[in-house]
Design a protein around this ligand. Structure first.
Ligand SMILES: C[S@@+](CC[C@H](N)C(=O)[O-])C[C@H]1O[C@@H](n2cnc3c(N)ncnc32)[C@H](O)[C@@H]1O
Length: 347
């Protein structure tokens, strides 16, 4: 009660929300300029003028940026011979430097350059109930992936974003259920192959075929999947128009959330027909709570889906319903405690 009264006295929460984008953009700027990388390369903590000189920025701008990063607990500061010197926190070193195996650098670049831009049109998206590719990028196609892949460069950036999520959540989603009985796995819309890699690493007897559009697989072969990886195969196709080959298990990671209810049922029914009897389908999605109270990340992602796609985030019961409409049974849900959860259906 006292808490509620305090909030009404001084709306700290709202002030924090107003500052939300300033915080994001500050972290994005530090990443894009390479602040964390320069501080990691230096054997000793650096002054803001040294960082500015190495990155070719204004000294004043860099000093303010580093100061804000200290406030955000992304950098540490101390005095050395009367001068402030900065170094990375463990968190920044692990997730914000470009060369760390757990780097979020690609996610951050995409957020900064694409999602931030798209989100300027969230009010229009809500008003009109549709994606905003025309306003945001001048792309008029109704095909969402024609808009998202509006240039080769954009396609690569999108694939890097997809890839980067699985650095932090990949193992959790492929081990949420024991998938060891499934050997011939198809990853529909498998993109960069990050989930496929997690799968073959968790299940030594599995073989995963990435099914995706031809131009996406060309990029995957070129940039993401090592040529000598014999347990990852490729199958070019459009999962709405072309046949889906038989397999023991189909993984659809962040696929169903892209599409309308009708398209989801169409696709999952096709998957059910192709699936080996006794086989299954694994959906990997950011689940909304049944009581509609969270998680905030999934609620915000659902708005992002509105701005950029024809889909939305859903509750576990809604995914179960889609799977059952398509013919799958025995639907089970496993929460991972991270962004993405797993839903398994059986044929
Ligand atoms: C949101 S991404 C998810 C990528 C990946 N599953 C992941 O979670 O990292 C959607 C994927 O579906 C693919 N895709 C979209 N439409 C498709 C279609 N009609 N046929 C095959 N793949 C498609 C896209 O190229 C992209 O790789």
């Amino acid at each position: 009660m006292e808490c509620a009264n305090q909030e009404l006295e001084y709306p700290q929460k709202l002030l924090n929300y107003m500052n939300g984008f300033l915080i994001s953009k500050t972290m994005f700027a530090a990443c894009e300029l390479g602040v964390f990388d320069v501080l990691q390369e230096g054997a000793v903590p650096l002054s803001s003028s040294a960082v500015a000189e190495r990155l070719g920025t204004s000294a004043d701008g860099m000093e303010r940026l580093l100061s804000a990063c200290v406030g955000l607990q992304l950098l540490e500061v101390r005095e050395h011979h009367g001068e402030a010197v900065y170094n990375n926190t463990d968190l920044s070193r692990l997730y914000l430097t470009k060369t760390s195996p757990k780097t979020l650098h690609h996610s951050i670049t995409y957020y900064s350059q694409t999602i931030y831009h798209c989100f300027s049109y969230v009010t229009d998206a809500i008003r009109e109930g549709k994606s905003q590719h025309l306003r945001a990028f001048g792309v008029s196609s109704d095909e969402i992936f024609e808009a998202i892949y509006r240039s080769e460069e954009e396609m690569l950036r999108f694939m890097q974003l997809m890839n980067s999520t699985w650095n932090i959540c990949g193992k959790d989603v492929v081990t949420a259920f024991d998938l060891s009985t499934f050997t011939n796995i198809f990853d529909l819309g498998g993109c960069s192959g990050a989930v496929a890699k997690e799968c073959i690493s968790a299940y030594p007897h599995s073989r995963v075929t990435i099914y995706d559009l031809p131009k996406v697989l060309e990029m995957a072969r070129k940039h993401f999947v090592p040529q000598d990886e014999k347990r990852i195969l490729f199958h070019e196709g459009d999962f709405f128009k072309d046949p889906i080959p038989e397999a023991d298990l189909y993984i659809l990671a962040r696929i169903v959330h892209d599409w309308s209810q009708d398209k989801c049922v169409e696709l999952l029914t096709k998957v059910h027909k192709a699936c080996k009897p006794g086989g299954g389908v694994l959906l990997i999605e950011a689940l909304l709570n049944e009581d509609r109270r969270g998680p905030l990340t999934a609620q915000l992602y659902s708005l992002n889906m509105l701005v950029q796609t024809e889909g939305k985030e859903r509750m576990a019961s809604e995914y179960a319903n889609l799977l059952e409409l398509a013919g799958f049974t025995d639907v089970q849900v496993q929460r991972t405690g991270k962004i993405y959860d797993a839903i398994l259906g059986r044929k």
